[in-house]
Ligand binder design. Sequence first.
Ligand code: HEC
Ligand code: HEC
Ligand code: HEC
Length: 488
Amino acid sequence: MRSQAKPSGADVPSVPRLIICLFIAVADGSWAGAAHAGDAATGSTEPTERAAYLAKAADCGACHTAPRGKPFAGGLAISSPVGIIYSTNITPSAAFGIGRYTEAQFAQAVRRGIRADGANLYPAMPYTSYSILTDEDVQALYDYFMHGVAPVDSPAPRTALPFPMSLRISMMGWNLLFLNTEPLRRDPRESEMWNRGRYLVEGAAHCSACHTPRGFLMQEKTKEEFSGAPVGPWYAPNITADMTSGIGSWSQDELVHYLSTGDAHHKAQAAGSMGEAVEHSFQYLSDADLNAIATYVRTIPAIHDPSDLRSRFAFGTASSDLGRLRGKYGIRNQEGEPTGAQLFEGNCASCHAPLGQGSKDGYYPSLFSNSVLGSSNPNNLIAAILFGVNRTTRQGQAYMPGFAGGPNDLVALSDHDIVLLGNYLLEHYGRPGVTVTAPQVAEVRRGGPSSSLVVLARMGVAAAVTAVVLIALLMVFRSSKRRRSAIS
Ligand code: HEC
Ligand code: HEC
Ligand code: HEC
């Protein structure tokens, strides 16, 4: 396991040195950090091919490309609990992109979250994961962005978070607390494949950015790594090796197949941000790298929730309330409210089949034996209904329309409809006791839970920034004191 993100006595300089370092770093962007241990990007030897492969593995394009926008020109609106953060233009445009970045500045941005002008980036840019990228890999990425990407001379929208998050300097204190700058060391007890997998999972593929729960200050809770977390309206489930709460019972091949196609028959499909990660990144990884990732993921220490008596994919059977519905077909019953069974019959059964068993070839998945229905968190069920699925891989397109009333949606279901439908589905195909409520549907429709950080900001607690910086300095002070007392 990678050591935790908090500053440890071993690598934290004394307070004055730290402050001087920070200012030097901000002034000239030279705080490139220590040399990084780790393996090279890929088996491929052609440098540009290797660099392009890395950019895919690190999924830079997913965030830095807006829907229907030019590659890497930025402008994707990333909803965070504290407001919308826009990705920036990272094409080599000198005026609007990163054309003027030196390699050292690029390394600073990618591994330390510090822009060329010295301002801090928000951790929506996953520099906390990229911090372990090797010098070699960062260099390859730099070459790719300078020479392999077409410049786009247009600005990305500006990010304007509410106060105090609008003060980028507050991220400096945050980084002191939560950015791990320690290089990843090879674990000699483990295989090459495992080590390669760890490097990819913890670094480029940044699985933890979505699957690890976050604390009050939006930091990844490293002790609960990979135990599941909300990502906007979706929920990235527990993927630790636990046999019931996690994916401990998935085979190596199932996991590899899921990562490269987004589908593990009778277990799970990838929609939302996981669908995007599969489409833009994981499907392009070599078999060797996918196997390395699966090898490592399958050893992630189990985190168990005692309420999970079975795996998420092990609930429900083929069933239908069709008998009771005879003669009452249609999306809505004119005499009154539609029932959940009618909503299912009218909107879903054409693809997922009348008993919810899906199609034989698995293109339309079964709704029982489906991790979305078997999860204790109903968000992915609600999100799948509202936003549908749209994922293209070499296997073709997996497409389900949304039901939120968006421009491509044929039918608009109300929050109340989704409560009736969701509860019908959970009762027949899902985990007993889990329910869908109207406030949950409304929250998912809005884009997910918002954090108490915003409340703090709205209350105008300017002290939050000062507090973060003070806490950081205090921790540094305490650990350097501990170190001094250890020496004496
Ligand atoms: C999960 C989304 C995400 C991914 C993946 C991502 N970025 Fe970013 N990146 C962002 C966001 C958002 C910002 C702007 C943050 C801000 O304004 O504070 C950003 C900012 C940057 C900047 C600063 C540019 C500037 O001057 O404004 C650079 C450089 C950068 N990213 C490079 C990369 C590279 C290289 C990769 C792949 C290795 C990558 N990013 C992957 C979201 C992402
Ligand atoms: C951008 C966010 C994001 C990233 C990065 C990400 N995931 Fe996911 N992951 C999700 C979400 C959201 C889901 C739920 C998808 C759904 O049910 O449609 C998910 C689902 C999964 C599942 C299915 C679990 C189940 O029981 O349904 C597995 C396995 C998984 N992810 C593994 C990984 C691995 C391994 C990585 C890194 C190589 C990774 N994920 C990176 C967001 C992410
Ligand atoms: C036009 C066909 C079609 C219709 C109509 C349809 N679906 Fe789907 N559904 C799909 C496809 C295709 C997938 C994705 C399969 C994949 O990812 O490989 C899917 C996936 C899902 C998933 C899994 C999503 C995930 O994140 O893992 C759920 C749950 C689901 N559908 C529920 C429903 C419900 C409820 C309805 C009715 C409101 C519905 N579907 C209507 C085709 C359809």
